[in-house]
Design a protein around this ligand. Structure first.
Ligand code: ADP
Length: 706
């Protein structure tokens, strides 16, 4: 049974008046607004419920009457009235639709002046005694509408953001591709140029060629920066952790920037804490990149004064060394207001002064990101026109706690400048390798630069030719480019495995890949390559790879610094074993040193690298003896145990670095005793320690004279 009030059922049961009372009662109970108005010109309101008054912010019907004039027109925001009235009129004009609910949204103005949004369900009908009227359900939708608008705005923003990201990615991909494309010919140019440098002795040509090298290298640097930056942008930058030598790291850095500082006439000083462990675990290449970015900036932006690097061992805890690295300069400084832009990519500061200085504004953006990958961050302090300081902490796992010892960087500099000190290389007359690359220029460069190895070098310009050559010849090693048309490196490798399984088993096959990006190495090794080499190919790296995988007895190392070694000697100089090498170094040392019982010179050489470096370590060590001994005596006399421990600790590690093992042991025992507060024999033992220490100095002095 239907129970609507319109089908007459209700009027059968109760008189009209009662029906209206019932309707009114219902309307008053409704949480939403309800009103009735005449469907004529005047739009006079006939009934309005309490909820409607509340929507309009009115407390009484009188207030409402006064506020709206008691007409429908008076209820609607003047700016919205025309539009909604039109839509209502349209519906009534449509005979089929006129009695259906119409739906409109408009603004109203509350009594307190606030604008609100309402929705309005109206029904055109006939009310006996009144004629045509509208029944209207009205509710305040301002909050939902605001929420919806917000949602739409967010959606719009998200869309815009996605578009911007898309555009940025496209830019990054473009930069990355361009850089790859430029890098290949540039390395070919540099490779060809290196051949000129090796083969020409005409000073004019050598000078031109040196200029090509400088310009090419600087272009290559810019391109590498752009590549790094695009790797960062696309989240493909990853760290590769390997053990490295602290001494080699700082020595390389020193060598890298020394000439530049010198040619500008500014001082360069490295203070590397002798206590820093010699072997650490980390991404040496990226660490070098970070520090060299900061150092080169300091040199670039300094005209007078000096640039100084300080590496300080803050602590070693649970096998992790925490090292603070600071680079100070007396350069142009950075204005406080420009500081915030320091790390912006492609942004350069103080353009008036820096525009004539080479730079892209990428260095620090890359540095910042690399540091964040290492869980660190760059702190910058600067005073405009006075200088700057850049510092950060580096936490590295300790592989070998042996301290790096005193390093004399000025000596390293001398070695570097000695033109005789060229890289050693190898000769392997009986070996044959195959290089596969689709760029003829690359093949030519590789062939030219490997000429000195006297190997037979065969080339192929694609996968198919590679397979043909393997089928008909024998090779000791294959270098296979990854990106080639028709058949790429992995596809070619799969064919080799299938057709020549014996060859695949025996012969190392190295992948040449343009992008050493994250995950690539694993993929290539999983595909079955023996190893991989990043392109553009660096010949030194390529030769290293060969020395690693080619049969050792077929290779002879050539030391270009040795006398009469301009040409390859042949098999009789096969790779020396390190122990023999050390023995040879030992004979370079002064006799007093070799024979003195308190010193294990072999260990000293092992720690310091070679006899030359070892002698320098001894020189600095000997110089510091008097001071340090006096300090330790003073510490003890003043019962200043904190400094006593520090000085004895340093004596322990520096002694160890020069091979004075027994002295180091004694210092170690005293350090431990002092730390534990066992001071009964400390005076006696310290006396003994310092007497040994001073005796050692007389031996070292004698050795240095010799
Ligand atoms: P750039 O390739 O321009 O050197 P960076 O990202 O390395 O790019 O540095 C950004 C900017 O910060 C530089 O252009 C320079 O204005 C400023 N800057 C960096 N290092 C120093 C410094 N040691 N002294 C003064 N200004 C510096």
């Amino acid at each position: 049974m239907s129970n609507t009030i319109y089908n007459g059922n209700l009027s059968d049961k109760m008189p009209d008046e009662q029906i209206f009372t019932a309707i009114e009662w219902l309307a008053e109970q409704m949480p939403g607004g309800f009103f009735i108005y005449r469907a004529d010109e005047g739009q006079e309101i006939l009934y309005v419920n309490q909820a409607t008054l509340l929507i309009f912010g009115c407390e009484t019907i009188e207030e409402f009457k006064e506020h709206t004039g008691y007409t429908f027109r008076g209820m609607v925001h003047p700016e919205d009235y025309e539009e909604i009235q039109e839509s209502i009129d349209e519906q009534i004009a449509d005979e089929d639709n006129k009695h259906n609910l119409d739906y409109v949204i408009y603004r109203i103005i509350r009594k307190d002046g606030e604008e609100r949004w309402v929705d309005d369900y109206g029904r055109f009908t006939y009310l006996p005694g009144f004629g045509d009227v509208y029944y209207v359900f009205i509710s305040d939708i301002t909050e939902t509408r605001i929420a919806q608008e917000q949602r739409e705005r967010n959606e719009q923003l998200e869309r815009l953001l996605a578009e911007a990201e898309q555009a940025n990615m496209a830019k990054t991909a473009f930069l990355s591709n361009m850089s790859h494309e430029i890098r290949t010919p540039i390395t070919a140019i540099l490779g060809m140029n290196e051949m000129i440098q090796r083969e020409s002795s005409d000073p004019a040509i050598l000078e031109y060629s040196e200029n090509i090298r400088k310009a090419g290298t600087s272009l290559l640097r810019i391109i590498s920066d752009i590549l790094d930056f695009s790797k960062i942008e696309t989240g493909r930058m990853e760290l590769v952790l390997e053990p490295y030598s602290t001494k080699a790291l700082y020595a390389d850095l020193y060598n890298l920037v020394q000439l530049r500082a010198e040619s500008k006439g500014i001082g360069l000083k490295f203070e590397v804490d002798p206590q820093i462990p010699e072997k650490l675990l980390g991404d040496e290449i990226r660490i070098k990149q970070i520090i060299s970015n900061i150092l080169t900036n300091s040199i670039k932006y300094t005209e007078r004064g000096y640039v100084k690097l300080i590496a300080y061992l803050e602590s070693i805890q649970d096998g992790i060394a925490n090292i603070e690295i600071t680079v100070l300069d007396t350069g142009i400084g950075i204005r406080e207001e420009e500081m915030a832009r320091l790390f912006e990519a492609f942004d350069r500061l103080d353009v008036k002064r820096t525009r004539t200085i080479e730079g892209t504004g990428l260095g620090l953006a890359i540095t910042k990101h690399l540091l964040s990958l290492m869980g660190s961050k760059l702190e910058v302090e600067s005073e405009y026109e006075r200088g700057s300081s850049f510092s950060f902490y580096l936490k590295q796992k300790v592989i070998d706690e042996t301290p790096v010892g005193e390093v004399d960087f000025t000596q390293i500099e001398k070695d570097k400048r000695n033109p005789l000190k060229k890289h050693s290389y190898f000769v392997a007359k009986d070996l044959k390798i195959l290089v596969v690359d689709d760029t003829p220029m690359n093949l030519q460069v590789i062939k030219g630069l490997l000429k000195r190895t006297c190997m037979k070098i065969d080339t192929a310009s694609g996968g198919a030719e590679c397979l043909m050559k393997i089928g008909s010849g024998s090779y000791d090693m294959v270098f296979l480019d990854y990106r080639m048309p028709n058949m790429n490196g992995v596809e070619t490798l799969d064919e080799i495995k299938r057709r020549f399984p014996d060859f695949y088993e025996k012969v190392p096959i190295i992948s040449l890949t343009a992008s050493a990006i994250s995950g690539d190495k694993e993929k290539l090794l999983a595909a079955g390559f023996t190893d991989y080499l990043a392109k553009p190919v660096n010949i030194d790296e390529m030769e290293k790879m060969m020395m690693k995988y080619l049969p050792g007895d077929a290779i002879s190392i050539v030391d270009p610094t040795a006398k009469g070694n301009d040409e390859a000697k042949g098999n009789d100089v096969a790779e020396e074993n390190p122990a023999e090498e050390e023995d040879d170094e030992l004979w370079e040392l002064p006799k007093v040193l070799r024979e003195y019982k308190g010193i294990d010179a072999g260990k000293g050489i092992e720690y310091c690298g070679d006899a030359d470096d070892y002698m320098y370590a001894i020189l600095t060590y000997a110089k510091s003896v008097n001071d340090k001994a006096a300090q330790i005596e003073k510490n003890l006399a003043e019962k200043d145990m904190d400094n006593y421990i520090i000085n004895v600790h340093s004596l322990k590690s520096t002694s160890l670095a020069i091979g004075a093992t027994q002295l180091s042991e004694k210092a170690k025992a005293l350090e431990a005793a002092a730390k534990e507060g066992k001071t009964d024999n400390i005076e006696e033992d310290t006396k003994q320690l310092l007497s040994d220490y001073r005796e050692l100095k007389t031996v070292l002095d004698a050795a240095l004279k010799e």
